[in-house]
Ligand binder design. Structure first.
Ligand code: 13P
Length: 250
């Protein structure tokens, strides 16, 4: 881990029903403890729960984010879509963009770039996901793919420090498969160098996502340049999520 703030970002994906919200109580209590001040806990529920989450988050030291947005800004005749302005109005402060589960159903680098710009206009803090597929990994194209995703996704954006990059190898999401620590270290180092050199970020923040759980966290936290974790499945279970935070910050 780095010595900076450590992010624990819960991506709830397409999971939302009222009783799930009650699972937040223990996390709220934990977030208030001095020991965990360093933890940046961010919950990203589906749109339907954003306002409720924002209300609950005020009881503790946690933040709330959306999982996506439409690429057009403001309001307008776009049936079924949600803009960054609407997200901002819920009180959420973060947004996940470029997740592979959105890329596989149509989001390309150009669309993601528009979404990032729209989010910057609303001063949302961005969690920008990148990562290679299994096929790309096998073809040894990982560095080329993630560089391309960053360069095109952040086109014409400079010095916007409120972007956290989430390196999520697609083949690791929900599979239990995971790169070795040194492989994650190398990718994070590569990403941070691009952000510093090409985009003038002062302190680039890069987190890891893909099958993070309360069992492998003790090993993952040894990675020296990682700024935190983006957690899917394990974040739906309050105890497991807390376990991840506690094991990281001891
Ligand atoms: P899992 O933690 O379930 O592998 O999901 C990772 C992810 O996609 C987070 O955005």
């Amino acid at each position: 881990m780095t010595n900076n703030k450590i992010y624990f970002i819960a991506n709830w994906k397409m999971n939302a029903y009222s009783s799930l919200i009650n699972r937040l109580n223990k996390v709220i209590n934990l977030s208030k403890k001095k020991k965990f001040k360093k933890a940046g806990i961010i919950y990203c529920p589906p749109f339907t729960l954003l306002e409720q989450f924002v209300k609950i988050s005020k009881r503790g030291n946690i933040d709330v984010g959306a999982q996506d947005c439409f690429y057009e800004s403001g309001f307008g005749p776009y049936t079924g879509n949600v803009s960054t302005k609407m997200i901002k109005l819920t009180g959420a402060r973060y947004i996940i963009l470029g997740h592979s589960e959105k890329r596989t159903i149509g989001d390309n680098n150009n669309i993601i770039n528009k979404k990032i710009k729209s989010s910057i206009n609303e001063k949302l803090k961005i969690i920008f996901c990148i990562g290679e597929s299994y096929k790309e990994k096998k073809q040894k194209k990982t560095y080329q793919v993630i560089k391309n995703q960053i360069i095109h996704g952040l086109k014409n954006i400079k010095k916007y420090n409120d972007i956290i990059i989430a390196y999520e190898p697609v083949w690791s999401i929900g599979t239990g498969l995971m790169p070795k620590n040194y492989e994650i270290f190398q990718k994070i180092d590569f990403i941070k160098t691009i952000l510093r050199k090409k985009f003038k970020f002062n302190t680039p923040k890069v987190i890891y996502g893909g099958s993070v759980n309360s069992k492998n966290i003790n090993n993952l936290k040894k990675i020296k340049n990682v700024d935190g974790f983006l957690i899917g499945g394990a974040s739906l279970n309050q105890n497991k999520f807390i376990d991840i935070v506690k094991k990281t910050i001891i």
